[in-house]
Design a protein around this ligand. Structure first.
Ligand code: SER
Length: 312
């Protein structure tokens, strides 16, 4: 049966691209975008504040929703400015979604987790799937706890919930907001617009990253995977590449030789340092055949190609 999908946070960085990809796959009318912000050409769309449970239920019933991709969240940097609100949006609103999935017997739920679940007690390189999680941000705390609820609702109630730990996501289609990895998108825009970039992380702070195309591919592949193959219901580690601001700067410089960078680390540097540098995604490979297509070199060529057209 063709799914009828509701996406929360559909107008965010990943949401915009995932909504289009799901519409291409299942049909325009099969995918309902919801958000607190509106953008053009995103029909069908409904305004939805994720804390409004009555409206959420009304929308699910009226549209005959069978699957939810729950992307609405505050990210690591903006979360620190309002911890309790972040907990409400990232965790309490997600519990409502899980409970709704149980009550209304929805087919599938997607929960985006993150490398922010890792913390200072986590091995920093080739981080294995199962490690101590003592996150340092409220964003990481809310996602680590959300992962536990995913496993619980699956094991106790049979809710078919699936989750990925996204690394920093980089794409030309949309802008991120409020994250620690946002610099890796902004740097491409500034390279083309001003030829100079001031970076809020240190030059050697290495983080796991992924091109948007791979993030979308991973999400759809996980959601399409045979349920019996999935050995965990908390977030799967996934990986594509790892780099520092200096690495990405030097890669862009191959295309734009005059590009310059300066470093002015702020509070986001401590957040980045509390995460890991690279991820072991062998369980995702084994369970649902995960394999990325892009590395830093191919991503940079593709990013600059697309953005050059935008800035012409
Ligand atoms: N991109 C996110 C952030 O920086 C990590 O999941 O907060």
């Amino acid at each position: 049966m063709t799914p009828k999908i509701l996406i929360t946070g559909a107008n965010g960085q990943i949401g915009q691209v995932l909504t289009k990809a799901l519409r291409t796959k299942y049909g325009q009318e099969q995918v309902l975008a919801t958000d607190v912000n509106s953008i053009e050409n995103n029909e069908p769309f409904e305004f939805l504040d994720i804390m409004d449970t009555t409206k959420l239920h009304e929308i699910i019933d009226r549209h005959g929703i069978t699957q939810i991709y729950h992307l609405a969240a505050l990210l690591s940097a903006s979360g620190e400015k309002n911890p309790l609100k972040t907990w409400d949006i990232n965790l309490n609103a997600f519990l409502t979604i899980l409970e709704t999935a149980r009550e209304k017997k929805l087919d599938k739920i997607f929960f985006p987790s993150t490398i922010a679940v890792f913390g200072k007690t986590t091995p920093r390189t080739d981080t294995p799937q199962d490690v101590p999680l003592v996150p340092s941000t409220v964003y990481g705390m809310s996602k680590a706890t959300g992962e536990l609820w995913c496993q619980y609702y699956h094991d106790r109630y049979g809710v078919d919930v699936r989750s990925l730990r996204y690394p920093g996501i980089i794409g030309w289609q949309s802008l991120p907001g409020g994250g620690t990895t946002d610099y890796a998108v902004e740097i491409y825009h500034e390279a083309l617009k001003s030829g100079n970039f001031e970076c809020f992380l240190n030059k050697d702070t290495r983080l796991p990253m992924m091109y948007m195309d791979d993030a979308i591919k991973a999400t759809i592949q996980l959601m399409e995977a045979d349920s019996d193959r999935l050995s965990i219901r908390y977030g799967y580690n996934i990986s594509a590449m790892s780099f520092s601001p200096e690495d990405i700067y030097l890669e862009i410089k191959k295309h734009i030789p005059d590009f310059t960078i300066s470093y002015k680390p702020d509070y986001r540097e401590a957040i980045a340092r509390s995460w890991t540098e690279s991820i072991d995604s062998s369980l995702a490979q084994k369970d649902w055949d995960w394999k990325p297509d892009y590395d830093l070199t191919s991503m940079t060529t593709d990013m600059l190609d697309h953005l050059q057209n935008m800035y012409k």
